[in-house]
Design a protein. Structure first.
Length: 290
């Protein structure tokens, strides 16, 4: 008797849902060659509003049970009193630590700057600029804006460890890094974990660079496969650039991963890497794809 895996399927909005339906066609047992079942949850904006996000929490718990998920692109309302981003809830609920976004050459599309081999961005999934405490003090020309950002050692270790494991599988070089010279205490924490991971994987090539140098050198890449560990904000911006180097963000993959105590993947969720702004037909407030 064959072991049947269950994948949690999270439906989305409009084009996101259409693309999910196409993806599901190639996940059928007669295509992939092994048994697989699906448990569906409707994460469309309409249903998230109707359930006050309860459906998102249910989907997250199901992923923790089965270990696998695939999510369509969904609309995130801009209004603060609306349902917000389902991605933020899912990442928190499954304790997602790493987002892996890999650019690969698309047949028939000429890449930019000689980027022929795959490039993976290993992005911190939580903390940093996202969810930071923000406030303003003063008035007029003396007004100042402040933000308190936080990263933690455990997440930095997960990013660094997975980067080197991924590079070993890809026969790639771990490349890039944070701006640790300007921010040795905050951004230096990720650099420390990258250096320690390098010691654990001496057979994996390691070329640490500051984030600004990383951007510049990517435009002069000689075609080698690369794995780039990054802070949350850096990884968000960097992955959009890397994916576009291959011709289109739409042709890329994005994986959210949580880990067990041994830093082995515990839950893996495939999702759309990004989307385009639009206006919801349900409300007049601006929305964005997530």
């Amino acid at each position: 008797m064959r072991d049947t895996k269950t994948v949690v399927v999270m439906k989305g909005d409009q084009t996101g849902q259409e693309l999910l339906e196409e993806a599901m066609r190639i996940l059928q047992p007669d295509v992939i060659g092994f048994d697989i079942t699906f448990e569906e949850y409707d994460l469309s904006l309409e249903n998230r509003r109707r359930t006050d996000n309860e459906v998102v929490h249910e989907a997250a718990q199901a992923m923790k049970t089965y270990g696998f998920g695939i999510k369509a692109a969904t609309i995130t309302p801009e209004a603060g009193d609306d349902v917000g981003s389902p991605n933020a809830i899912l990442r928190r609920e499954i304790d997602g630590k790493v987002i892996v976004r890999t650019g690969r050459r698309i047949p028939g599309i000429r890449p930019v700057g000689g980027t022929y081999a795959p490039i993976s961005v290993i992005r911190m999934a939580v903390g940093d600029a996202y969810g930071a405490k923000e406030w303003r003090d003063g008035e007029g020309d003396d007004e100042i804006a402040c933000r308190t950002e936080v990263i933690d050692r455990k997440t930095c270790r997960a990013v660094a460890e997975y980067a080197f494991r991924h590079a070993k599988k890809m026969n790639a070089k771990v490349f890039g890094g944070p701006k640790y010279t300007v921010s040795p205490v905050y951004e230096g924490m990720l650099k420390e974990e990258m250096d320690r991971a390098s010691e654990r994987y001496p057979d994996v090539p390691y070329d640490p660079q500051l984030i600004d140098a990383t951007y510049a050198l990517l435009l002069n890449n000689h075609g080698d496969p690369l794995v780039i560990p990054a802070l949350n904000r850096d990884g968000d911006c960097l992955s959009d650039m890397v994916l576009q180097l291959f011709g289109s963000i739409a042709g890329a993959e994005s994986m959210l991963i949580s880990f067990d105590d041994e830093l082995n993947p515990h839950v893996v969720m495939a999702e759309a890497p990004t989307g385009r702004p639009r206006v919801s037909s349900a409300k007049t407030s601006p929305t964005r794809w997530r």
